[in-house]
Design a protein around this ligand. Structure first.
Ligand SMILES: [Cu+2]
Length: 454
């Protein structure tokens, strides 16, 4: 983008950077310049620690009659055809997610790039057509986790008339000034370039999956009403029974964020306070223990990631992008490549899940995707919720891609160095630190799944 933040007469920035601001390129509400008719490409990244952004470009004078966002790439993968959003129709970007958009400037004037009140309903996909005019299963997206940030007013359901003079939605992230000589340009039309290095969509959809797996985001605790059956999830009882408050100075069990193998259902317990026991991994992140023992390089798989909680969780996986085919069991007319996508919150469809909230009576949100394990990614890495306060306390799993069935991924941590303090361990393993990076392997042409025939 050209333009950028003009300097104030004293040489400082005219915005108010502070810990109480969203920033764009490190600046609170920077000014950007466009010429009338000009088309610019913006690479957007939601780098908040856990806030959903609902982005629109509104006109200062004409409100929603602003500028449309035209999505041309998601998570850096070019889409087959532009997703054009009408002015005022929000583009949802979850934490960690990337969207490339093309903007065509209109008449001279001032426009605001804003994030809307997440209580509005919005789809996590930018797909629109006559059948899905507001996107795939639009819902409210009130996921906010920036705890050092004051609650905007209205705060998730408060009345707007209580908000006079207070910090409130929409939040302006940047100001766009359209002025100068016109520079008429066209938005891209027709098919966009096919991304290289990925299997074709046709190949991804036509291959019989080598494995079908289910993964689930779950939360135990956080609310006393979740702490006993029948309100707690069956996977949670074990934790409440195991937790030793004495060890923790008497502090009650508070919260456990999990990313679990949903095909692992445990076994019934004779203790009614512990509905299920003997899960293979009990849902906890263990850097020495991959979630699945049998992910093989070169395989194609189909996964569904469920959300068994009342808030959105942005799913993020390292190494291989995944082709999302369904959101909340609704088949996408046009599958989307992502490495990050919000898994919508569970929804309450029965009276019994509202008072008190009973997660066991809700319908979980979900995304379904096809994935291909490119052989150059053999090794170990992670997948996790991209809400950092969730990831940091365990909503994460290690994944290993094995070079062949029964082979080692080559990146087990050895127990001796694992016992060292972190800094000594890093020094001891210098040059071979493996989590999040695959072992170096020669790239060969045969490892590319894409062929002209696709
Ligand atoms: Cu999360």
């Amino acid at each position: 983008m050209d333009g950028g933040p003009p300097l104030a007469p004293d040489g400082g920035f005219p915005g108010k950077p502070s810990r109480y601001s969203y920033t764009t390129n490190g600046i609170a509400n920077p000014s950007l310049h466009m010429r009338p008719g000009e088309v610019q490409r913006w690479r957007l990244l939601n780098a908040t620690d856990g806030d959903n952004l609902l982005l629109t470009l509104v006109s200062k004078d004409a409100g929603e009659q602003g500028l449309g966002l035209n999505v041309v790439a998601m998570d850096a993968i070019t889409v087959p055809k532009t997703y054009p959003l009408e002015p005022g129709d929000p583009l949802v970007i979850g934490p960690g997610q990337r969207m490339d958009v093309m903007i065509k400037a209109g008449q001279p004037g001032t426009y605001f790039l804003q994030s809307l009140d997440p209580n509005l309903t919005a789809s996590v996909s930018p797909y629109r057509d006559a059948h899905f005019p507001n996107g795939i299963d639009p819902q409210s997206r009130p996921s906010r986790h920036s705890f050092d940030f004051p609650n905007p007013c209205p705060t998730l359901g408060a009345s707007p008339d209580q908000c006079a003079g207070q910090f409130s939605y929409p939040i302006t992230l940047a100001t766009i000034e359209v002025f100068g000589a016109s520079k008429e340009m066209d938005l891209p039309a027709g098919p966009l370039p096919t991304p290289r290095g990925l299997p074709s969509v046709r190949t991804m959809l036509s291959r019989t999956p080598d494995a079908v797996r289910n993964v689930v985001f779950e939360i135990c605790g956080d609310n006393p009403s979740f702490q006993g059956p029948p309100l707690q999830l069956p996977s949670c009882g074990w934790y409440f029974a195991k937790y030793d408050a004495t060890y923790w100075g008497g502090a009650p069990f508070y919260n456990l964020e999990m990313m679990r193998d949903a095909d692992d259902t445990g076994q019934p317990s004779s203790n009614p306070a512990i509905p299920r026991v003997n899960f293979k991994k009990e849902g906890l992140f263990d850097r020495n223990d991959p979630l699945f023992p049998d992910m093989i390089a070169g395989n194609y798989e189909e996964w569904t990631v469920y959300n068994h909680s009342f808030s959105d969780h942005p799913f993020h996986i390292h190494q291989n992008h995944v082709l999302v085919t369904k959101i909340n069991s609704i088949t996408l007319p046009r599958p989307e490549w992502h490495d990050t996508l919000i898994v919508p919150a569970a929804v309450c469809l029965k009276p019994s899940c509202s008072t008190p909230q009973n997660i066991n009576d809700t319908t979980p949100g979900s995304i379904t995707f096809r994935t291909y394990f490119n052989p150059v990614t053999a090794g170990c890495f992670v997948m996790h919720c991209h809400t950092l306060v969730h990831e940091d306390i365990g909503m994460m799993q290690r994944l290993d891609i094995l070079p062949a069935k029964g082979a080692s991924s080559g990146c087990e941590l050895d127990s001796d160095s694992a016992a060292l303090p972190l800094i000594e361990r890093l020094i001891a393993r210098r040059g071979s630190f493996q989590i999040c990076s695959a072992p170096r392997q020669p790239r060969s042409l045969s490892s590319s799944p894409t062929s002209p025939a696709d």
